[in-house]
Design a protein around this ligand. Sequence first.
Ligand code: ASP
Length: 300
Amino acid sequence: VIAPVVVVHGGAGQVPEASWSGHRQGCEAAARAGLTVLEAGGSALDAVEAAVRVLEDDERFNAGTGACLTEDGRLELDAAIMEGTGLRGGAVAALPPFRNPVAIARAALEDVKHLLYAAEGAAAFARRAGFSPAPADALITDAARARLAEVLRGERGPGWAGGTVGAVACDARGRLAAATSTGGMIAKRAGRVGDTPILGAGTYADDEAAAASATGHGEAAIRIGLTRLACELVRGGLSAQAAADAAIARFGARVGGAGGLILVDPRGEVGIAWNTATMGHAVACSGRPVVSGIAAPAPR
Ligand code: ASP
């Protein structure tokens, strides 16, 4: 029997030191929420959805409430979820404001007819599935407005400084799932879709390999198929940590990618790697205290 495990990340970037403990606490709470679901008999899929919802609701992170804004000051949200037993997935891209995009991705997975919905069509699917749109501006924080203004004035780059969120889980039977949710890049153009909702780029799970959730420069992650790459390295025989390290090394070397990923294999072994200054993360494993980190040791 495998000890159930949930790993979460709170985005790759450069979180200032004053915010490190808050980011770690947010990640710990989310990982614990996911593990609680597994320990109550829920699936890995239920666990990653629960963990990501906690982070979407936490305005410190760039997903759901507090997500970053497009160049014209709107929210366009990306999210995906995938399970590794039947390789089923669901995703939304450029979704107008809804509080928990990962739950809508889950509804798409369960609905089966289509996998990925975009923009107004994603909103229509969400309403049909019983979700209510968030009131205008309800999910937009002062911090997100301030960050957009700084980027538009050229005072900072378009990365959120750490904030996309993701989770991977392995249940006691070695079944895997992954989920990721984001507002994307600050001041992105309308219609820009990143890696997050693209299975194999930002999110992937296969019980015969591993489950992974990525963060960082989305265009680069799509070009290299980052999470699929990491999972295939596990399938090829690397340990979870070696696969995470190798995937991030190739991401940097081959497409100049800056970012990170979390990974779990069907034995519950965990890999965590990033090449940015920070990537908040936490690991909750049955029978052990939750552990978290954000800065060192990068690079590993
Ligand atoms: N990967 C996300 C995107 O490109 C952003 C991030 O992880 O910070 O949309």
